[in-house]
Write a new protein. Structure first.
Length: 154
């Protein structure tokens, strides 16, 4: 899994002001529309549909919302650091402040699963998660994510 092929500086946001999970998916849809050229409503609905199956909040303040969509030519990611944690019905009951959103083509079975596993493994590292929480702006957050990937590969 190569984070630098999933993320772009335009898809990483620090200090995002959201007050509830309900506001998250429309925000992500708009970000995907601006940065990836996708339809905002389709992105929002696909993520919401997956979330209805069960929370993608996997614990320790981290969630990994994901969906498969038509009209994508590869796996894409977006990363949000929230200004304040929001309730996400995570498995441990803790609110979420770090979100890695993964969008994959409909036929990206193995690539989708590899990306989910790689992102999950990286974000479960407590020191990486704490550094990401401390990022002050979008650029620093993007640099930390790419650096965390490089360190993980070393």
């Amino acid at each position: 899994m190569n984070l630098s092929s999933l993320l772009y500086p335009a898809t990483v946001r620090a200090n995002v002001q959201l007050d509830a999970k309900k506001a998250l998916f429309p925000y992500v849809g708009e970000l995907a529309a601006r940065s990836l050229g996708l339809d905002a409503g389709e992105v929002s609905e696909a993520l919401l549909e997956r979330e209805r199956l069960g929370s993608t909040g996997f614990g320790r303040g981290i969630a990994l919302p994901h969906a498969k969509m038509a009209d994508l030519n590869g796996v894409r990611g977006m990363f949000l650091q929230l200004a304040r944690p929001i309730d996400f019905q995570a498995v441990d009951g803790l609110p979420v402040d770090l979100l890695f959103v993964l969008l994959s083509p409909l036929d990206a079975g193995a690539d989708h699963l590899k990306a989910l596993a790689g992102v999950s493994r990286m974000l479960r590292n407590d020191s990486i998660a704490e550094r990401l929480r401390g990022a002050k702006n979008d650029e620093a957050l993007y640099a930390m994510l790419v650096d965390a990937e490089a360190r993980d590969a070393a």
